[in-house]
Design a protein around this ligand. Sequence first.
Ligand SMILES: C[S@@+](CC[C@H](N)C(=O)[O-])C[C@H]1O[C@@H](n2cnc3c(N)ncnc32)[C@H](O)[C@@H]1O
Length: 246
Amino acid sequence: MARTKRGGSFYDTPQIVERYLDHRHSGVPSPNHVMEEPAFLAELGEVAGLRVLDLGCGDAAIGQVLLDAGCRSYLGLDGSAAMVEAANAALGGTAGRVEMVDIEDFSAPPSSFDLVVSRLAFHYVEDIEPVLAAVHECLSPGGRIIFTVVHPILTSYDSGVREKRTSWVVDDYFLQGLREREWMGSAVTWFHRTVEDYVVTLTKAGFSLTSLRECAPCEERFAGDADELARRRRVPLFLLLAGTRA
Ligand SMILES: C[S@@+](CC[C@H](N)C(=O)[O-])C[C@H]1O[C@@H](n2cnc3c(N)ncnc32)[C@H](O)[C@@H]1O
């Protein structure tokens, strides 16, 4: 396997951003579209007037959605130059902003945001404890965090199967830490944590857990594709956690 790339730099591997964004926005074939996004939007609630921070924003497609829903401001941070370029192109002419910042280096003044979101980025981060502490610091009292990650049953082990799977292996589940994976045809570094680790780290950072979702497939988004719906009902692919700043 080629040398793995960590964090945002993975997305600066040639062709990865194009591949990722094509798949991400492909509709029914994208698990983000049929599983992660419906759960995320159901969790979001009212955003009018909120100052929103998005950690690992990618192309910031959600920024436009949030601005259209009346959020007061949207700031996306991402560690990939290619993603930041895509996000700036997508948000051009709006009140949204994007900056190239590593999540692990992020900090912001107290009470500078009301809502922090992070979609499918924290499993690229080795230690999320200081990140959640920085999020807690920058949120206003009662402010919320909503984040999704690749589900721990998938980050635990890679069976090496690349074609459409008919079974999944969960192994080394309680062995936290680095996992080298092939993903999107390239080598990447992810970090595995158990569901319990995520919950405990969130609550230790000072958040009250308000929601835990495993992003079950949303039938209405499958455009009548019963086979794909049945396939997506087999295993959870994403975990969503939400908390309120105590
Ligand atoms: C799977 S993509 C998700 C993008 C976007 N949130 C979405 O849902 O479409 C993961 C994103 O996290 C970013 N990322 C990963 N590790 C990061 C880090 N340590 N600092 C900043 N961004 C990071 C990547 O560059 C990439 O844009």
